[in-house]
Design a protein around this ligand. Structure first.
Ligand SMILES: *Cc1c(COP(=O)(O)O)cnc(C)c1O
Length: 223
């Protein structure tokens, strides 16, 4: 944890940014709920999960005090039929990439009497392997989210393409984020940067880093 915090501090300094403006999300997927509790005790305020069943179970295991001390970020692909479940425990959804999902989350959040922070996921990968909307679809999605009283548009999210330099991808993301912000001034969050590329993301304006293995070590195998 302290190694990652050092990397963040150095990268912020290099970019001329304040560390307070960058939120570190500890990605706890595949790790047990006890690791979430340990992170709460270390003062980690933001955790990320990517699979509905696993996340729902782990969040339910937390004490009320621990649950209230953290913000739960859902960072994985959301199947439309899982939207209502995710809306019950997530505080922020990073991966909204289609209108049907906006509608489903809106209904789920309203039914649960909750308000969710939403990021639109942009596909930076030309092969579309890692999900995300096309840049051309962003205005329509942003309009839909901001028109919903149960959802609040906070910004954009992306995963850098696999196996190539993240710099140009993050530069493009920053441009798209600036465009969205012109029409939706509340959309100030930029979720980018993982264990391997958080420095590049900070350089390009990331406000939320999603870091797993660099904090918790390699993930246990699925099973
Ligand atoms: C797992 C995951 C991360 C964290 O990846 P690390 O390389 O372990 O830091 C970040 N973002 C998403 C969408 C993920 O699924």
């Amino acid at each position: 944890m302290s190694l990652v915090r050092d990397r963040v501090a150095r990268a912020c300094q290099a970019a001329g940014r304040r560390t307070e403006d960058v939120t570190l999300i500890a990605v706890t997927k595949y790790f047990p709920a006890s690791d979430l509790v340990a992170l709460c005790e270390l003062g980690v305020g933001d955790v990320g999960e990517n699979r509905d069943q696993e996340a729902a179970r782990k969040i339910a295991e937390l004490s009320e005090r621990d649950r209230n001390a953290i913000r739960v970020h859902f960072i994985g692909q959301v199947q439309t039929n899982k939207a209502a479940s995710v809306a019950r425990y997530a505080d922020v959804i990073h991966s909204v990439d289609r209108l049907r999902l906006v509608t489903a989350l809106e209904r789920g959040a309203s039914d649960a009497g909750r308000r969710l922070d939403v990021l639109l996921q942009v596909g930076l990968d030309t092969h579309g392997q890692r999900g995300g909307a096309a840049a051309d679809d962003l205005p329509r999605l942003a309009e839909a989210v901001s028109g919903s009283s149960a959802l609040r548009l906070r910004g954009l999210m992306a995963v850098a393409p696999v196996g190539s330099d993240p710099e140009p991808a993050f530069a493009r993301l920053a441009n798209l984020a600036a465009t969205v912000r012109r029409d939706f001034p509340d959309a100030t969050w930029l979720s980018a940067g993982m264990s391997g590329d958080l420095e590049a993301a900070i350089m390009h304006g990331a406000t939320h880093l999603r870091v797993g293995s660099a904090i918790l070590g390699s993930r246990p195998r699925l099973g």
